[in-house]
Ligand binder design. Structure first.
Ligand SMILES: Cc1ncc(COP(=O)(O)O)c(C=O)c1O
Length: 307
């Protein structure tokens, strides 16, 4: 990376154009809230950066610094054909002049979309892997694991899941200067949830909404990331996946449209739309005490909705 000898995060953020101050906390407007006396706010991490938005930068920043500190010039990771994680990584590679490789789930011939075309445009080498090989890749969780050797670079597990990611995510808490009872967010790998739960003082709670159907592995993965059984201030709701990852429905589409009509906040239906649908449904069904304050984290991902 020309110009950066000793990787300094402030300098990296400035090269990438990350705007930490943009992630404001806004009140959410919805008729369900006034009726049930619950206060709902949203932390706009989607505004951190137009591409590396939401939890992407939170999860990647310390991993990237580690990689650069150790002289790595080639970052390799994995994801689906619409992966927000690979999208952010490819952009980072492009801006910092690093080589990137993305291992994509499924056959190339079946896939073409705007995410993949951005990855190619930003110079990421794409390799399409069968679904069974992709599942195998999920077991590699360290930066020097098998794919690092095979592709001669620095391996970043799916979704950026790592201890460094937890550290970056936990920084969200330092930016919240108001009292609240619960943090709510969408879950894929559970890394963002783990990072928040690890540092959130009790009795505050973290409530995740799984974007995947049958994500039974999710709770196990969160526990593995947390490495500490005494951290029990979190839970994951599995009732609002709408049939599975990236599955949509008319009900979800109308909810997203309705939400956007009350709030000047864009949502995608894959993660944040489902999370807010679930949260407001739970509030409607009086699953939160009156007077409680909830902060939802907007984890970005709007690029995935263009395809
Ligand atoms: C927009 C968005 N929200 C939420 C998540 C879930 O994050 P995690 O994998 O840390 O659970 C992802 C996946 O990384 C995502 O792209």
């Amino acid at each position: 990376m020309p110009g950066i000898l000793k990787p300094d995060l402030i300098q990296i953020e400035s090269e990438l154009g990350i705007n930490n101050r943009a992630s404001i906390i806004e009140p959410v407007q919805h008729p369900v809230l006034a009726y049930n006396s619950v206060h709902l706010y949203i932390k706009r991490d989607d505004l951190l950066h137009p591409v590396i938005s939401g939890n992407k930068w939170r999860k990647l920043k310390y991993t990237l610094r580690y990689a650069l500190t150790h002289g790595h010039q080639h970052l390799i990771s994995m994801g689906g054909a619409y992966s927000n994680h690979l999208h952010a990584l490819a952009y980072i590679g492009h801006k910092l002049n690093l080589k990137t490789t993305g291992l994509i789930r499924g056959e190339e011939s079946n896939q073409d979309n705007q995410t993949l075309s951005d990855l190619r445009k930003w110079g990421m080498t794409l390799e399409f892997v069968s679904r069974s090989n992709f599942r195998e890749l999920r077991k590699y969780r360290t930066h020097d694991a098998e794919p690092a050797k095979q592709y001669n670079g620095f391996w970043i597990p799916e979704g950026g899941a790592s201890q460094d990611a937890l550290r970056g995510v936990a920084e969200i808490l330092k930016e919240i200067d108001m009292e609240f009872d619960t943090l709510a967010l969408a879950c894929g790998t559970g890394t963002t949830l783990a990072g928040l739960a690890k540092k959130l003082p009790r009795p505050q709670q973290v409530l995740g909404f799984s974007a995947l159907k049958g994500g039974g592995f999710l709770e196990k993965d969160v526990k593995k990331l947390l490495k500490d059984k005494s951290v029990n201030n979190w839970s994951i709701n599995f009732d609002y996946h709408f049939g599975g990852f990236a599955k949509n429905s008319d009900e979800l589409t109308s909810f997203v449209n309705e939400f956007e009509s009350y709030n000047d906040i864009p949502l995608e239906p894959i993660y944040n739309g489902k999370m807010l649908f679930g949260l407001l449904d739970m509030i409607k069904n009086e699953r939160f005490k009156k007077g409680q304050t909830i902060i939802a984290i907007h984890t970005g991902g709007l690029q995935g909705d263009r395809n």
